[in-house]
Design a protein around this ligand. Structure first.
Ligand code: SF4
Ligand code: SF4
Length: 447
């Protein structure tokens, strides 16, 4: 096992961590897929409102590659297809039957896996609808099928507040996980790297023989892009694939049982949640079903997918395909009189002018920015935290000046979109969003 020490990053001391207790929720009335939240795809619908579907029936395909199918996470009737601006498909809602039917594919046994041709394995995963869970660096699009990647990275956890703990979602599933590793080894000619935190748990101890790297460092040390930055040996490594530990279980489930997996372990967290814990529910579960009277305020931000990289949703929406986290924190709309002049002991901030730098406890936060975007003051905070040594303030200047080559020279493509630079910036500059947008634009130009 190799030790990897990530030099930079930042651990946010935010209140609202979930316990490792797991509640198994009853079946929701409906589930959904959110095409809008799957990066880069161009969906072509294959269903209409009122159609009956099984769990694993095709809902839509990607116009860029019609073999890339997106399947229904439940059996029932297509109840809604909600569109956003410019006819972007936001949600496809399936009202679940009490007795759901499943599409079946031929399972792959451990023995068969050893002998199956790689091409056939890829086709099986594509037909089973789980290929979208395998993604490619540095743009984080769905991996290009039918090529051999330089490597596949599996990240078992994330330090982003808040994500499911590996010891919870892997509990009792070590054998299924090892089967998933074998599938991925077949796709990458054995170049599969699994990285985990140094702290030991009974569950992770069972996987010690499979874990290739132990990573030490602050958020986002376990991001696949950071792992790539520290381990790459040549430019061709930049197109490595990655998949989360929990999604490895989905992949293994599909091939072992021949059915589209529909269960997800998610966390319900944040200071505005009464009972913070892990929850076993359905893929694409309704947010209201997960929260279920567990919130104590009305004016809340529902963050799906972690406080740095996630996005805001309403209580009437659903979890996306990749999402395993729901965090509730107050909007914090009330104005604080001269709040910026009162460096509090209990205010979370990266700035050393706040007394909270000496406070080691987890602090309450809200979504109030306490001011608007201002000019860069060259404080250097963004450089201090960036895990991949980009100089964010200079990279931003190149992007704003349309100097593509210069921004690439600064390391734009290494940006792991962790959101730390935006968080620490005292001038409230949306650095991460600018980098993400610039990467996307550069990628789309190459299509
Ligand atoms: S530039 Fe910002 S978003 Fe990108 S990796 Fe560095 S800190 Fe994270
Ligand atoms: S953190 Fe913000 S203000 Fe400070 S150098 Fe970076 S961009 Fe400029």
């Amino acid at each position: 096992m190799i030790s990897l020490h990530v030099r930079k990053g930042y651990d946010l001391k935010i209140a609202g961590k979930p316990s490792i207790e797991v509640e198994v929720l009853e079946k929701p009335d409906s589930v959904a897929v959110l095409p809008e939240k799957i990066p880069f795809i161009k969906p072509r619908l294959k269903i209409e409102i009122g159609d009956n579907v099984k769990a694993g029936s095709i809902l839509f395909e990607d116009k860029r590659n019609s073999d890339l199918k997106f399947l229904s996470p439940g059996g029932g009737k297509v109840a809604q297809i909600n569109f956003g601006r410019r006819r972007v498909i936001k949600e496809i809602v399936i009202k679940l039957d009490s007795d759901e039917k499943y599409e079946e594919i031929e399972p792959v046994s451990e023995n068969l896996l050893e002998h199956i041709e790689k091409e056939k394995l890829v086709n099986k995963i594509m037909a089973g609808g789980l290929w979208p869970f395998i993604r490619e660096l540095p743009f984080r699009d769905i991996a290009e099928p039918h090529v051999t990647p330089p490597a596949i990275f599996i990240n078992l956890c994330s330090q982003e507040p808040f994500q499911p703990e590996a010891e919870v979602y892997l509990d009792g599933k070590s054998d299924l996980f090892k089967f998933g590793i074998k599938i991925l080894q077949k796709l990458a000619n054995d170049r599969v790297y699994i990285f985990a935190p140094p702290d030991s748990s009974v569950v992770l101890d069972k996987l010690r023989g499979s874990i290739t790297h132990v990573v030490y460092g602050k958020y986002p040390a376990y991001d696949p892009g950071v792992f790539l930055y520290y381990t790459r040996k040549s430019p061709s490594d930049n197109r490595a694939w990655y998949i989360s530990g929990q999604d490895v279980l989905l992949l293994a489930h599909l091939l072992k049982y021949g059915r589209y997996p529909t269960l997800r372990t998610v966390v319900l967290a944040g200071q505005s949640v009464d009972d913070r814990k892990h929850i076993q529910t359905r893929l694409g579960a309704p947010i209201a079903h997960i929260v279920k009277g567990n919130n104590r305020d009305n004016d809340l931000r529902y963050i799906v997918g972690g406080v740095f990289k996630g996005y805001a949703k309403t209580a009437t929406s659903y979890l996306g395909l990749y999402e395993t986290s729901l965090t509730l924190i107050p909007e914090g709309r009330e104005k604080e009189f001269f709040g910026f002049l009162r460096p509090g002991f209990s205010k979370s901030s990266f700035s050393r002018t706040f007394l909270s730098i000496f406070n080691t406890s987890e602090l309450k936060m809200n979504c109030n920015l306490h001011g608007e975007e201002r000019a860069c003051v060259n404080c250097g905070y963004c450089c201090e935290v960036c895990p991949v040594d980009i100089l964010p303030q200079f990279t931003l200047k190149s992007i704003l000046a349309d100097e593509v080559e210069e921004s690439l020279a600064h390391g734009l493509l290494d940006c792991v979109e962790c959101g730390l630079c935006t968080y620490v910036c005292p001038s409230k500059i949306e650095l991460c969003a600018a980098f993400k947008g610039a990467k996307e634009a550069y990628y789309k130009e190459s299509w």
